[in-house]
Design a protein around this ligand. Structure first.
Ligand code: ADP
Ligand code: ZN
Length: 228
């Protein structure tokens, strides 16, 4: 199964992705995580993307597409199915992705579009904390770790992303509206989009997603039976 997560920053894509990955065994590919890892390691790529990421702007399409093409080409993706989180973010990225996936014969089954209002987004982003070691996501109020400042899973140190402050959030929302929102239409036209109310609890969203995936599996089977 192949899924794409779409939605504004702070809708909870990363948190939902973690649960989906555990339930369905998909390969979770987060461009944000890849870029932050590169910045942490001080690699050439990391140096090239730093100013874009820290200001809340978009890393140039060419660069992100190249990173994704490489990552999607790895064996685990075809073996287990993928869950894309944070990519595509522009129409050009969505078009390139379709070309890459067509070559791989791994089309997208469903685009999970997570919608949330601005107050919820700001609350989620300003309270968000990440584990330095394993990238697990926490929230100071909604999802606090058992021990303050430490990851429940691996004991790693929690930190706040440099771009999770009100000033940068405003810019990220502007970028989202201008560059990413048009992709909603793109996938609507492909009949792949399903809209989720991301203000609901993640467990509820997971149930909803499971139902949709089961339904589509049943209708595929019915078609096979009818054809056969
Ligand atoms: P969020 O969804 O919380 O905004 P991400 O972790 O997905 O954050 O992304 C963080 C930053 O990384 C973005 O603000 C942007 O600078 C960069 N980035 C991530 N994915 C892409 C992409 N597909 N294209 C361009 N830039 C990206
Ligand atoms: Zn951790």
């Amino acid at each position: 199964m192949n899924l794409v997560l779409l939605g504004p920053p702070g809708a909870g894509k990363g948190t939902f992705a973690g649960m989906i990955k555990e339930s369905f065994g998909l390969v979770h590919i987060s461009t944000g995580d890849i870029l932050r890892e590169a910045m942490k390691s001080g690699s050439d790529l990391g140096r090239r993307v730093k100013t874009y990421v820290e200001s809340g702007g978009l890393v140039p399409d060419e660069l992100v597409i190249k990173i994704m093409e490489e990552r999607l080409g790895q064996k685990d993706v075809t073996a287990c199915g993928y869950l894309l989180d944070g990519f595509p973010r522009t129409t050009a990225q969505a078009e390139s992705l379709d070309r890459i996936l067509a070559r791989m014969r791994q089309p997208i089954d469903l685009v999970v579009y997570m919608e949330a209002g601005l107050p919820v987004i700001v609350q989620r982003l300003t309270g968000r904390r990440l584990c330095r070691a394993c990238n697990a996501i926490y929230h100071t109020e909604n999802m606090p770790p058992k021990k303050e400042g430490l990851c429940d899973r691996c004991g790693g140190e929690l930190y706040q992303r440099a771009d999770d402050n009100e000033g940068t959030i405003t810019n990220r929302m502007k970028v989202y509206k201008e560059s990413t929102q048009p992709i909603v239409e793109y996938y609507l036209n492909q009949n792949k989009l399903h809209t989720f109310n991301a203000e609901k609890k993640t467990a509820e969203l997971l149930n909803e997603l499971s139902d949709i995936l089961n339904e589509s599996k049943t209708s595929d089977q019915n078609q096979v039976t009818r054809r056969g």
